[in-house]
Design a protein around this ligand. Structure first.
Ligand SMILES: C[S@@+](CC[C@H](N)C(=O)[O-])C[C@H]1O[C@@H](n2cnc3c(N)ncnc32)[C@H](O)[C@@H]1O
Length: 250
């Protein structure tokens, strides 16, 4: 199975895997033959019967998100990108994540620590573990991201971890296990939707002399409309999703 993305000049995109193409493919601009869809080479172009061209692109993790199964609320890329930037995430690093939920943050991190790093993501619910596993497979990261059907608050099996990310209802319960799992200099980052939870989490962090609370931030993304001479900010923003709380092991 190979994932491919085709995109036309007007931005119409279709993400598909070669196994699911059983017949000719109907787009808004005409039909592409099954053979062309399957044999499409990255970097080349294929055409519909009306002559409309589509570029053949190797999908990124962001493109594949459109094909993920829906599960619990995900961490958006505007937030996960900042987690990666502020913690210096790089290939080879060992990450523990939880709860896995839809496996979106775990897949994002797995993509960055590839090809020799690891992400172990904990999920307390079996049904969500299955969704996370399914999505990790779509992302092609089964070798990198391991989903564990376990309660993270009861302990983290891994040691010498570079980064622990937490997106659970009671993040303060993960502080002690994260402290034990992290290497000195490693980061604990919590993604927390409401400010009262942030307060409880930071109070718990501050009880531990081996943990240094660093900062709490919120990322707001505003798109701009750039069309002809109409250049203005969009009225809707990707505003509050969650707070990001950064902590470092001493
Ligand atoms: C909002 S979702 C996580 C979404 C995920 N970060 C993503 O981007 O797809 C929160 C998940 O944490 C799980 N969870 C809650 N407490 C947990 C715990 N103590 N250990 C493991 N998973 C837990 C829930 O079952 C739920 O699936």
């Amino acid at each position: 199975m190979v994932w491919k993305l085709i995109m036309s000049k007007d931005g119409r995109t279709y993400t598909y895997n070669t196994d699911e193409i059983k017949k000719d493919f109907h787009t808004d601009f005409g039909v592409i033959t099954k053979k062309d869809m399957i044999n499409a080479k990255f970097g080349r172009k294929i055409k519909t019967h009306k002559g409309v061209e589509f570029s053949v692109i190797e999908p990124t993790i962001k493109d594949l998100l459109a094909r993920f199964k829906r599960g619990p609320q995900i961490v958006t890329f505007k937030d996960s990108a900042i987690i990666a930037a502020y913690t210096g995430l790089k290939p080879g690093m060992k990450v523990v994540d939880g709860g896995a939920g839809s496996g979106v943050l775990a897949s994002f991190l797995g993509n960055l620590v590839s090809p020799n790093g690891k992400v172990i993501t904990y999920e307390i619910r079996e049904d969500f573990s299955k969704i996370a596993k399914h999505n990790v497979k779509i992302a092609g990261l089964e070798r990198i991201v391991k989903v564990k059907n376990k309660d993270m608050s009861k302990g983290i099996d891994e040691k010498n971890v570079d980064l622990v990310t937490v997106d659970v209802k009671s993040p303060w319960e993960i502080v002690e296990p994260a402290k034990k799992a992290l290497k000195v200099g490693g980061f604990l980052v919590a993604y927390i939707p409401t400010v009262l939870q942030v307060d409880d989490f930071v109070r718990e962090v501050n009880k531990h002399k081996e943990l240094k609370y660093l900062r709490t931030i919120e990322i707001i993304e505003r798109g701009w409309k750039i069309e002809e001479r109409v250049l203005r900010p969009m009225s809707q923003m990707l505003a509050h999703t969650g707070f990001l709380i950064f902590v470092r092991k001493l």
